[in-house]
Design a protein around this ligand. Structure first.
Ligand code: NA7
Length: 533
C-alpha cells in the first residue's frame, strides 16, 4: 500500500489547528495544515470589523504551552483583535507553526478510502494530499450568514458582513451608516461607529442582554502577577463548567435570602465579564424564576444608563425577550450610552421588516427609507455545523456530510462521526464549544485526539470510527441535559435556529467541561464505542 503524503492533515490554523499541529509534530507525526486565510489566527484573521475583541479574559484565552505564555503579556483584560493577531505571530515565533501550513488553501473536498485506509483532501486551487488522519479545526463561525435582503447587491455604498471586512477598514467619519444585527458583533461595531459616523441607524430584532465587560489596562506589575499564576490558571480552568475560573455558587436562587441574593448579584455584576452568568446561583439556566431575578437585576442596572424612554424600552425592556444566558451572552463597554447620542437611533425589526436594500439605503415595511453610505451586516453565522458541512466532506459511501446532517446531526463525543474513519474535529458540533472558553475546551479535545491517535497506533489498527449506537447514546445524553436547561426555549444559534430552514436541535454539549472530560476519558478505556479495522 502506498504511503500517504502525511500522517495527519489538519484544516484550519486557529487555536485548535495550532495546538494539534504542535502536539502531534512533537510526537513525530508528519503533519500538514490547510488554512483558507493567508495568515494564522482563524476567527481572529477573518473578523476584521471595527471593535473586534474577545469576550473572555486574556489570561484564560490562550494556549497553556509554556513556550507560548512564558514571554507573553496581555495589555488589557479583554484583548482586542490586533493584540490577538500579535499573539498568533508570537505563537509562530516560538512554536514555528507556519512552516507546516499551506495558506490560502480552502478545503473543498475530503473523503476516506477504506481500501487504502487514507484520506484524500483537495483544496479549491487544485492541491491534493493524502493522510491517515484528518482533523477538522475550522471553528464555529467559518460560514457567514447574510440574510436574503432583496436588492443588497444593488447597494452602491460599502456593505460588508462582519467576517468579510476590508483589511484597510471602512472610513465612516461624517457618513450615514447602518448596522443590521445586535449580537456580540453588532454590539462591538455599534460601540465604534456611533462615535465616528454622522448618523448611525441600528436595525435591531432582539435586544442584547449585554453584560458589562469592565475592561482594564494591565500595568507591568499586574502582568507579572497574572503570569506567575498561569500554571494554576491552566489547571483550574478545566475544572470549571465553562473553562473560565468562575464557578456557580452551590445554591439555588430560592435557597438564598433576598439580601444574600442581592449581594451576590451585585458582586458578580461588579466583577464584570461572564462572572454575572457563570459565577451566580446554580439554577440560573435551569429555572425560569431564578433566571428572571437575574434579568430584572440586569434590566434595572441597564435602564438607568439609557436616557430616552423609547430607546430604553427597546434596548432593555422590562419583559425579557428570552432568558438570560439561554442565548450566547455578549459583553459591552459603553454600548448603551451610545444610544444617548443624538446621532444614533434604533429601528425595531419586531414592528417593521427590511423590505429591500436600494442603491442608496434601506427601505422598511412601514414605508420609511434610510439613506446610508455604509452597512455593517452583523447577522452572524451558520454557526457550529456550517464550518464542517461546508468543506465537501463525504462519508465512505460518497454521501455528503451536509446531506447526512440535514435532518439532524449525529456525532460521538462531538469529535467523530460514523462513516468518517480516522477523522476528528475540535471546537465544533456536539462538543462544549459554544458554551465554553475556546482554548480551554480546545485543549481538552485536542489532548483526547492526540491520545486517540496514539492509541490507534499502539493497538496496530488502520482506522477506527464510532458506532451508530455510541452516537445515539451521545445524542440522547446531550438532548437530555439540554432539555433540563432553558436553552431550547430560545431561537438562537445554540439551537441552529438562527438560520432559516436549518434543523432546530441543540448543537453544543451543555453539561460543563468536567462532565465532558469524564466522558472523553471513559471512551479511551476500550474500543466498545468504535468499529476498528
Ligand atoms: P449572532 O450572535 O448570531 O447575532 C446575529 C444578529 O443578527 C442577531 O442580533 C440577530 O437577531 C440578527 N439577525 C439575524 N438575521 C437577521 C435578519 N434577517 N434581519 C435582521 N437581523 C437579523 O452573530 P454575531 O456575529 O453577533 O456573533 C457570533 C458569535 O461570534 C458570538 O456568539 C460569539 O461566539 C462570537 P436575533 O437575535 O436572531 O433576533
Amino acid at each position: 500500500m502506498t504511503r500517504p503524503d502525511y500522517d495527519v492533515l489538519i484544516v484550519g490554523a486557529g487555536f485548535s489547528g495550532i495546538f494539534l499541529l504542535y502536539q502531534l509534530r512533537k510526537l513525530g507525526y508528519r503533519c500538514r495544515v490547510f488554512e483558507a486565510a493567508p495568515e494564522l489566527g482563524g476567527t481572529w484573521y477573518w473578523n476584521a470589523y471595527p471593535g473586534a475583541r474577545v469576550d473572555s479574559d486574556g489570561e484564560f484565552y490562550q494556549l497553556s504551552i509554556p513556550e507560548a505564555w512564558r514571554d507573553w503579556n496581555w495589555s488589557e483584560r479583554f484583548p482586542g483583535r490586533e493584540e490577538l493577531q500579535a499573539y498568533f505571530r508570537h505563537l509562530d515565533e516560538v512554536l514555528h507553526i507556519k512552516k507546516d501550513v499551506v495558506f490560502a488553501a480552502r478545503v473543498v473536498a475530503a473523503q476516506f478510502n477504506r481500501e487504502t485506509a487514507q484520506w484524500t483532501v483537495e483544496t479549491e486551487h487544485g492541491e491534493s494530499a493524502t493522510s491517515r488522519f484528518f482533523l477538522v479545526c475550522a471553528g464555529l463561525s467559518a460560514k457567514r450568514y447574510v440574510p436574503d435582503f432583496p436588492g443588497l447587491e444593488s447597494f452602491r455604498g460599502a456593505a460588508y458582513h462582519s467576517s468579510a471586512w476590508p483589511r484597510d477598514g471602512v472610513d465612516v467619519k461624517g457618513k450615514n451608516v447602518a448596522v443590521i444585527g445586535t449580537g456580540s458583533t453588532g454590539v462591538q461595531i455599534i460601540q465604534e461607529w456611533a462615535k465616528e459616523a454622522a448618523t448611525l441607524t441600528v436595525f435591531q430584532r432582539t435586544p442584547n442582554v449585554a453584560l458589562p465587560m469592565r475592561q482594564k489596562t494591565w500595568t507591568a506589575e499586574d502582568q507579572a502577577r497574572i503570569r506567575s499564576s498561569y500554571p494554576q490558571i491552566f489547571r483550574d480552568r478545566e475544572k470549571t463548567p465553562f473553562g473560565i475560573l468562575s464557578q456557580f455558587v452551590p445554591k439555588r436562587m430560592r435557597e438564598m435570602s433576598p439580601a444574600e441574593r442581592q449581594a451576590l448579584l451585585e458582586s458578580i455584576w461588579q466583577a464584570g465579564g461572564f462572572c454575572f452568568i457563570a459565577g451566580t446561583y446554580c439554577d440560573l439556566i435551569l429555572d425560569r424564576d431564578a433566571n428572571r431575578v437575574a434579568y430584572d437585576f440586569w434590566a434595572q442596572k441597564t435602564r438607568q444608563r439609557i436616557v430616552d424612554a423609547r430607546k430604553r424600552d427597546l434596548l432593555a425592556p422590562r419583559q425579557p425577550f428570552h432568558p438570560i444566558a439561554a442565548k450566547r451572552a455578549s459583553l459591552e463597554q459603553d454600548y448603551f450610552e451610545q444610544f444617548n447620542r443624538p446621532n444614533v437611533d434604533i429601528v425595531n425589526l419586531r414592528d417593521v421588516h427590511i423590505t429591500e436594500v436600494r442603491p442608496t439605503g434601506i427601505a422598511t415595511s412601514d414605508g420609511l427609507f434610510y439613506s446610508v453610505d455604509a452597512i455593517a451586516i452583523a447577522t452572524g453565522f451558520d454557526a457550529v455545523t456550517g464550518s464542517i458541512t461546508n468543506m465537501g466532506l463525504r462519508n465512505t459511501d460518497g454521501k455528503s456530510l451536509a446531506e447526512e446532517w440535514k435532518d439532524g446531526v449525529h456525532t460521538y463525543l462531538g469529535m467523530a462521526s460514523h462513516g468518517y474513519p480516522n477523522m476528528f474535529w475540535v471546537y465544533g458540533t456536539h462538543g462544549p464549544a459554544g458554551l465554553s472558553n475556546g482554548p480551554t475546551s480546545i485543549e481538552i479535545q485536542g489532548r483526547w485526539i492526540v491520545e486517540m491517535i496514539q492509541k490507534i497506533d499502539r493497538s496496530g489498527l488502520s482506522y477506527v470510527e464510532p458506532t451508530t449506537e455510541a452516537e445515539q447514546t451521545w445524542k440522547e445524553l446531550l438532548h437530555r441535559i439540554t432539555d433540563m436547561t432553558l436553552i431550547p426555549t430560545v431561537d438562537s444559534w445554540y439551537m441552529g435556529a438562527n438560520i432559516p430552514g436549518k434543523k432546530r436541535e441543540p448543537l453544543n454539549f451543555p453539561g460543563g467541561l468536567v462532565l465532558y472530560e469524564e466522558h472523553c476519558r471513559q471512551a479511551l478505556e476500550g474500543w466498545e464505542s468504535f468499529l476498528t479495522v
